[in-house]
Design a binder for this molecule. Structure first.
Ligand code: ZN
Length: 294
């Protein structure tokens, strides 16, 4: 499943091809993805100019000159292909890996946007857990999928003080507390495992144990630092490209080779040599070192 860095990578890949372009045609090849497409979906997109792209949590937000926002979630296997017309504009090598997209004709190609410069943007999603919706911009904070989402982990509001405030009195394991989307937006399993290892914190300790009567355990500062760092490193590497995921230009991201604990059960810890352990928390695998993380 794409996590925050992958979504950021896809958004950044789409940006140069979409921003400033007018949508001339919309082809919906089925009535919906995870949910039915909203009413008049194609009509509200057609003829509109794309003013900007951004990301909130794991959602891509496409702003239109009508004041509407097109919201996109990639689900488990959603991906985009940008096919630029030969010579129309140099968009770089936008294509998709062989066999995965067929120019909008493939059985898993569900949405095709035709842009005014001849570019076609194709949304492919074999498992169809993706989401597309359209809503007025002023509903951004109240939209059912966006309301109550926590701070962005790469934004200025994310700090040790913020976490201490949210962790006060919380008996949930630290890992679960960090995965709570109401606390931190878009933070997923892989990057929480990696950040906890780098910060030397056990995923099992109660979140409240890092909070002091006044202030917090200094390791909370380290945790914030490492969360920002693992996410930034992954974005710089172009996302981790696990399983079915690939980003818009079809290149595999390189970050997964750099995971220190994730998916490394039984391998030696790079710090102490003990075997990396795995446990299941809230239905998700946690990878950690019993010696280095407390
Ligand atoms: Zn260790």
């Amino acid at each position: 499943m794409p996590e925050l860095p992958e979504v950021e990578t896809v958004m950044r890949g789409l940006k140069p091809a979409l921003e400033g372009r007018r949508i001339e045609g919309v082809l919906l090849k089925r009535p919906g993805l995870r949910f039915p497409f909203p009413e008049r979906f194609a009509e509200r997109l057609t003829g509109r100019t794309i003013t900007s792209l951004s990301r909130r949590a794991k959602y891509i937000l496409v702003s239109l000159d009508s004041g509407d926002i097109l919201l996109i979630h990639l689900g488990m296997t959603g991906r985009f292909t940008v096919l630029s017309p030969a010579g129309a504009r140099n968009l770089g090598e936008f294509y998709f890996e062989a066999g995965a997209g067929e120019g909008g004709e493939g059985s898993h190609d569900h949405v095709v946007l035709g842009l005014d410069d001849g570019t076609r943007v194709i949304y492919t999603d074999p498992r169809r857990f993706g989401v597309m919706d359209i809503f007025p911009e002023d509903e951004t904070t109240s939209h059912k999928l966006l309301a109550g989402i926590g701070v962005e982990p790469l934004g200025n509001a994310f700090s040790a003080e913020y976490l201490a405030d949210r962790f006060r009195g919380k008996a949930a394991p630290l890992k679960a507390a960090l995965l709570d989307q109401h606390v931190v937006a878009g933070l997923g399993n892989i990057y929480v495992c990696e950040a906890l290892y780098r910060a030397g914190l056990s995923p099992r300790r109660k979140a409240r144990t890092l909070v002091r009567r006044k202030g917090h355990d200094p390791r909370l500062n380290a945790l914030v630092h490492h969360i920002r760092e693992v996410l930034s490193d992954a974005i710089a590497a172009g996302g981790s490209t696990l399983q079915d995921f690939a980003h818009t230009d079809g290149e595999a991201g390189a970050f997964q080779q750099r995971f220190l604990v994730y998916d490394r059960e039984g391998e030696s810890c790079q710090r102490c040599g003990r075997k990396i352990a795995r446990l299941v928390q809230s239905g998700r695998s946690t990878f950690y070192c019993r010696k280095c993380q407390s």
